[in-house]
Ligand binder design. Structure first.
Ligand code: AMP
Length: 319
């Protein structure tokens, strides 16, 4: 499949690269790194990276504004398993569409697709693709791919980090020595206000009978701590390795968009099928959902508690 994707990239003079709504470092880094590698390799091509950004990720580079889709263009959608989550690209306007993703398969919505749900991140797939197909790569491309991989794997913490993940990282580090401390600073530096919000979450997390930790973060709390409504969800990974928790959930009111955002993590039972039931999805152990009310969010928590109860029949919570 790499060869077919390479041939499509070679063929089209105009290429648009999109990814999922709710930008995160893996989605945006893979997108901008691929754009830059294509431009280095094929300097006459016009490549656009589209979608809504976030000032938080400005260090990954600039996104492009595309007023009109060029005629006969190629669309590459990264890190997105379903059509409804594609940000800022109308699939019908393209001559050819490609998907490259590491989420479990949800639906086919492009002409060509490369899915590897055993990969730690979309950046890991792009790292491999660029090497295999002999694209030109520079320091900036390599650092972006490292950042996306490090972010999605939570610094190599999960089981989807394989020998291949370390091998690819090693090849890139060897070719492009990096100041890791400086790079991690870009990913993990945060204001004191967010640390204080983390304190609020720890203080106010409720634990169900079967090990689901959940916290409701209302817009009053968001305003009180003077943080962005994405902040609570962004710190979900900080609650790993807590003895009493098997699954943990942040439930955040997003008043601006009139929705309640849910972030879920698990260190045991699979949870993505529950997220799917509530207008969401994601990976087996890292998912998200969106609901309209806190009552609906509590139904999701009850479902997760049942999943944990079943899981606990075969495991102990400390495992
Ligand atoms: P997050 O908690 O935002 O880091 O997301 C964890 C995983 O769940 C990522 O793979 C997201 O793409 C996916 N995800 C988050 N929110 C949603 C949603 N509303 N619908 C589908 N997938 C989601």
């Amino acid at each position: 499949m790499y060869k077919k994707i390479y041939r499509a990239i070679k063929k089209y003079p105009n290429i648009v690269i999109a990814r999922h709504i709710g930008v995160d470092p893996d989605a945006m880094a893979s997108q901008i790194a691929l754009k830059e590698a294509i431009e280095l390799t094929f300097p006459t091509k016009h490549v656009y990276a589209v979608g809504n950004g976030s000032v938080k990720f400005n260090y990954l580079g600039k996104l492009d504004k595309l007023d009109e889709v060029p005629k006969d263009a190629l669309l590459i959608v990264l890190d997105t398993p379903d059509r409804k989550r594609v940000d800022a690209a109308n699939l019908d306007q393209y001559d050819c569409r490609i998907k490259i993703d590491h989420h479990p398969f949800v639906e086919k919505f492009t002409d060509l697709e490369y899915i590897d749900d055993t990969s730690s991140s979309t950046c890991e797939i792009i790292m491999d693709f660029l090497l295999q197909e002999k694209f030109k790569i520079d320091q900036k491309v390599a650092e972006k791919l490292f950042l996306g991989l490090a972010s999605d794997s939570n610094r190599f913490l999960y089981n989807n980090c394989t020998s291949r993940t370390f091998q690819l990282t090693s090849v890139y580090l060897e070719k492009f020595p990096m100041n890791l401390q400086k790079l991690y600073q870009k990913l993990y530096m945060r204001p004191m206000a967010e640390v204080r919000l983390q304190g609020y979450i720890s203080e106010n997390m409720t634990i169900t009978d079967h090990g689901v930790g959940y916290v409701k973060v209302t817009s009053d709390i968001i305003n009180k701590y003077q943080v962005d409504s994405a902040s609570s969800g962004n710190m979900i990974n900080n609650f790993n390795y807590i003895e009493e928790l098997l699954v943990w959930v942040t439930i955040t009111e997003d008043a601006k968009n009139n929705v309640i955002r849910i972030n879920i993590r698990s260190r045991g039972p699979e949870i993505n099928f529950i997220a799917e039931k509530y207008n969401g999805g994601g990976h087996k152990f890292a998912s998200g959902a969106r609901v309209a009310t806190f009552d609906e969010a509590m139904e999701l928590v009850d479902d997760l508690d049942q999943v944990c109860e079943t899981y606990l029949k075969n495991h102990t919570i400390k495992e």
